[in-house]
Each structure stands twice: as structure tokens, then as C-alpha cells.
Design a protein around this ligand. Structure first.
Ligand code: GDP
Length: 295
């Protein structure tokens, strides 16, 4: 994961290693390489600019601590700023005071929404919740079947109604079932499209108004880099999402989405998908990710 970025950052810090003290000149040289490394990792241009400026300001004029070399000192600042960039602290899910808690999963087709619904439901069950997954994609019968198969695999209940063409009615009935049968978390797998269109957004807005979810989670494919960030921004503007699930991080060699999405949307990454298997979902910890990137 993010191997090339890690390598390039290491090389940037090497340039400063021989110096006795952090000076404006040697910080400038190292940051030039940091900037290149981030741009090559497909991090949003503005994000890179702000990031390197913050690091520069903090690094300049710093007394080098006796125990740290200038290289280590700069790494420390970069580490802290990378953590800040990705959200500082780990953000959990909000739960309803009166169950059920409703989670609306939104995103483009193929981003990993359905898989994430299954992974998240499974994670929540391990934490003693009783989840119900809802198949609200009325446009692709295969999507309903996919969720049902996942439900069978995981032994988690799925609300589906292949004959109902109105996703609002599906959600209403699913919430009724949750109330009657004591499901305390309802995960709604909404329809995705290949591209954003107004009809999709309106449908999602309607579902949000109807279900008053505690979380609207935007599911993004990390491998699509800046496209994921742009789409996240658009979904957020239309729907005011509460957080992001970044999938396929295991296949993401660059890291651009992970490093830009919070800064661009101001919404935290809450979970990351790190493989196709149903237990391969992790809570996102910005600090751990920053340390991992810095090697
Ligand atoms: P949806 O159309 O948004 O519901 O997407 P799916 O859930 O059908 O996922 C699309 C593809 O991405 C499937 O082949 C999943 O197995 C795969 N996928 C989802 N999440 C991950 C992940 O975290 N890592 C990997 N490697 N593959 C994933």
C-alpha cells in the first residue's frame, strides 16, 4: 500500500540528513521532493500546496531537539501534518438514542457499496448489534441477489422485495420490520450509477429525508484516486454525507484519495476496505496510516 509514496518521502528526508540544523534552505529542498512525491501519489494539487506550506512554517525556526536529527525532526512534523490531513482522530459511527440506527450507504456503482454493507453489518454484529441489510437498488436485480447471497453467507437478515419498484417504500417497510423484530441497526444499500446524475441524487435525497439516517456513508473506490475525491465532493454537496468508507485500499499503490478526501470534503474517513473478504474492513486511524506511509 502506497509503497512508491513511502519510498519517495524517505528519499526526501535523506537530503536533509547530513545537516546539523533545519535551515530555510534545506527545508525548502526537502519539501520540494515531498511536494513531488505527493503529486505523483495523485494527491489533490491544492491539498499538496497547503500541506507543504504548513510543514514549512512549522519546521522553520524549530530548535532541533537534541535527541532528534534534522531529518527525524522533519519526519515528525510531516507525520503530524499527515495525521491532521487525514482527520486527526479516528471517527466512529453515530448511533440513534432510540434504535434502530440507520446507515445509508451511497456511492457509484462498483465502488464496493454492497460488499461494504456486508462487511459493516458483520463488524457490527461482532459488537453485539443486530443488523438488518436493506436492498434498495431497484434498478439492478443482480444487486438485490448479491445482497441476499451476502446475507446468507454471513447469516445476516436482508430485507428485499424484488417486486417493489419504489426504493422509498422498500426503506419504509424495512424500517417497520426492524422496529417489529428488534433489529437495532439498518444498513441501506442504495442504487449506484456509473456517473452522477440528478435523478440518482434526488432519489438519495428522498431516501435521506424519509429515513433520517444517523450516518450517510459515501463509499469510494480508492483506486480511482482524484476521481473518487471529485465524486465524494459532489455527493457531499448534494447529500451532506457524514463520513467516507474508502474501499480497495489493498490495491491502491498511490494513496491520493486517502490523503485528499478529508481535506477536500471536510468529512472523515471512517472505515477502509482492505480486501475482498468479508472480514477485511477496518476502522480508519489517521495516525496509524501516517506512520505506515512514513515507514
Ligand atoms: P457496488 O456496485 O458499489 O455495490 O460494488 P460491489 O460491492 O459489488 O464491489 C465491486 C467489486 O469490488 C467486487 O468485486 C468486490 O469484491 C470488490 N471490492 C469491494 N471492496 C473491496 C476491497 O476493499 N478490496 C478489494 N480488493 N476489492 C473490493
Amino acid at each position: 500500500m502506497f509503497d512508491s509514496l513511502s519510498e519517495k518521502l524517505q528519499s526526501a528526508f535523506k537530503t536533509i540528513r547530513g545537516h546539523g540544523k533545519l535551515s530555510e534552505q534545506n527545508i525548502k529542498e526537502a519539501l520540494k521532493e515531498v511536494r513531488m512525491a505527493l503529486l505523483e501519489a495523485d494527491v489533490n494539487f491544492r491539498v499538496v500546496k497547503d500541506f507543504t506550506e504548513r510543514v514549512r512554517k512549522r519546521a522553520i525556526g524549530r530548535e532541533v531537539m537534541k535527541s532528534l536529527t534534522p531529518g527525524q525532526q522533519l519526519i515528525k512534523v510531516v507525520n503530524e501534518e499527515l495525521t491532521e490531513l487525514m482527520g486527526k482522530e479516528s471517527s466512529g459511527l453515530s448511533f440513534a438514542t432510540t434504535p434502530p440506527t440507520t446507515l445509508l450507504l451511497v456511492g457509484l456503482q462498483g465502488s464496493g457499496k454492497t460488499t461494504t454493507a456486508g462487511k459493516l453489518a458483520s463488524m457490527l454484529r461482532k459488537e453485539n448489534h443486530k443488523p438488518l441489510m436493506v436492498a434498495a437498488d431497484v434498478y439492478r436485480p443482480a444487486a438485490i441477489t448479491q445482497l441476499q447471497v451476502l446475507g446468507q453467507q454471513l447469516q445476516i437478515d436482508v430485507y428485499a422485495d424484488g417486486a417493489e419498484k419504489d426504493p422509498r417504500k422498500i426503506c419504509q417497510k424495512a424500517l417497520q420490520q426492524a422496529n417489529h423484530e428488534g433489529f437495532d441497526v439498518v444498513l441501506i444499500d442504495t442504487a449506484g450509477r456509473l456517473h452522477i446524475d440528478q435523478e440518482l441524487m434526488q432519489e438519495l435525497r428522498d431516501l435521506k429525508a424519509l429515513t433520517s439516517p444517523q450516518e450517510v456513508l459515501f463509499v469510494a473506490d480508492a483506486m480511482t484516486g482524484q476521481d473518487a475525491v471529485t465524486v465524494a465532493d459532489q455527493f457531499n454537496k448534494a447529500l451532506d454525507v457524514s463520513g467516507v468508507v474508502l474501499t480497495k485500499l489493498d490495491g491502491d499503490a498511490r494513496g491520493g484519495a486517502a490523503l485528499s478526501i478529508k481535506a477536500v470534503t471536510n468529512r472523515p474517513i471512517k472505515f477502509v476496505g482492505v480486501g475482498e473478504k468479508l472480514d477485511q474492513l477496518e476502522r480508519f486511524h489517521p495516525e496509524r496510516m501516517a506512520s505506515r506511509i512514513l515507514g
